[in-house]
Design a protein around this ligand. Sequence first.
Ligand SMILES: [Zn+2]
Length: 312
Amino acid sequence: MNRVTYYWNESSLRHDTGRHVECIARAERLHPDKMKAHVPGIEVRPIVRHDAAQWILRVHEAEHHQFVQEAYARGYRRLDESDTIISEGSYEAALMAVDAALTAADEVMSGECQAAFCAMRPPGHHALPFMSMGFCLFANAAILARYLQEKHGVRRIAIVDWDVHHGNGTQNVFWEDPDVFFVSLHQHPLWPGSGLEWEKGEGAGEGATLNLIFPPGAEESVYLSRFEHEVVPAVRNHGPEFLIISAGFDSHFRDVLGNLKLTEEGYIQLTHMLRRVAEEICGGRIVSLLEGGYNLSALESSVAAHLSALSV
Ligand SMILES: [Zn+2]
């Protein structure tokens, strides 16, 4: 039995995006009481405040952080020209999402738990250093990686992003970084359109970015096979000391934004594969962060499946 901690906070209920797919109801579905009913073994832990803004500035430009911080008071109701919507509680929710990731990192590094899941919103993997986009305010996974490096002396990290959309923000941050291996599996064509397989990083980071694309309707068996034969060996080859998962559940067959065919059983298999490689090479240290997932019942059951596979 693996000790798995779970982080959730009411701040996620105050990031009000109205009638949008990335909505408050997603956080309600992931309330700790619900998740403990599905997976009794998880341990719900409080989030420790970390001066998140300081760590956000390790990845984001100061002007961008300030814009997000002040946007609502200045009358903005969205942060981009599309639908990255904000409300009065959005900045605080975004800080808390970062704090959850940093708390999870501390507790995994100290050995209090082997793995952790942060069921927080807004998500992060589309946020660029200089702008918010795709429902993402700050790049939670990238900030977590920088925190692990600076605070905990971890050098080599792998980030595996199985959201149905390309993790363009995370890729951007580590494009020339040889220490942080970033792999994204996503549907193509699909917004944001980037993440083609020739995108492999540049300079010292060449080869430390891996993109796997799947056409709409791709079978789950194909996805799982490529994960096993391409993603797992690449992660092992990088030799990370810590594994981060950008866990989007919009690759589920019932999702409203994607057209892939993953099932709860598929998420269990993905999680088991990553757990095995993490146990082999980095003491099983995993922090998994919620990204997308917009069919509410599929989101709830998929997160439960992921947690059960992390814990058993
Ligand atoms: Zn997504």
